[in-house]
Design a protein around this ligand. Sequence first.
Ligand code: TPP
Ligand code: MG
Length: 315
Amino acid sequence: MYRQMVLARAVDRRMWVLNRQGKAPFVISGQGHEAIQVAAANAMRPGSDWLVPYYRDLAFCLALGQTARDFMLSVFGRAEDPNSGGRQMPSHFGSSRLRIMTKSSVVGTQICHAAGIAYAAKVRGLDEVAVTCIGEGGTSQGDWHEGLNWAGVHRLPFICIVQDNDYAISVPHRLQMGIDNVAKRAVGYGIAGVTVDGGDLLASYAAVKAAVERARGGDGATLISAKVARFTSHSSDDDQRRYRPQAELEALLRRDPIERFRGYLLDEGVMAEDVDDSVQQEATAEVDAAVTYAEAAASPLAEDTLRNVFAEESA
Ligand SMILES: Cc1ncc(C[n+]2csc(CCOP(=O)(O)OP(=O)(O)O)c2C)c(N)n1
Ligand SMILES: [Mg+2]
């Protein structure tokens, strides 16, 4: 899980470099969110359970089995991009093999899709769990409430992880809801509500594992509120120094989930310093290779633009 977090951070950082070099037009980041995402992926059965992700779920998708190359092909919008063949923006993850459902840019829609997938699994008697992620700001959308209500009514094998980073672009949590913690809403839907420090990998793993067991055991849905730190601006198109106080930004640095787990592994003697060095070097080498490959890969053909957009008649 440490390796997965380190790789995600390395991929994410490189994406910003590519943006500043003018090679990646728009990037949106998961830096600071890695622990809850990697924990959740490791609590699931990849390829059997479902993920309906949101745009910060880079670490989640890598931990489920996507590669740095898969991601870089989407950053460059290449034909070979397994997420969407270069049709979606980067960070709109998708993989039929890994059961990662491609998402809409419209915040909140993924919740109803995940509730529908969980409902189908229940009707068909399948041992599958649907997990979906959203930010705390997105929980103000009507779709979020509709999806959670449906999951509660039908006791679905459904888990909603709210990655609460205190901001929706520039709008702080306190202007988004009248409660400090979104998990308090669970009682209103008749589902389990759990709060976890989303920067603590092991606590996050325990929380998601318990929710997965609840879902598989037929005991219904869980709403998880995972408090995380958003290290970057919302995206490459804004500057958070314009709307967040300097002291708040400096305090974020003490909440790095990777540093926290690294410290734990070293202190406990689980990982030696030289192992850590090689983990970092391997991640950098993987990202280098992914960028070299993706940059040289072919762009989609103009005549293929509408492929997989509208239903096609089979021959
Ligand atoms: C329905 C809808 N409204 C607005 C937007 C523009 N938008 C994209 S992300 C975002 C902020 C979401 O904040 P939050 O849910 O807290 O997630 P975070 O980005 O902080 O992880 C907004 C307003 C959108 N994509 N869809
Ligand atoms: Mg947010």
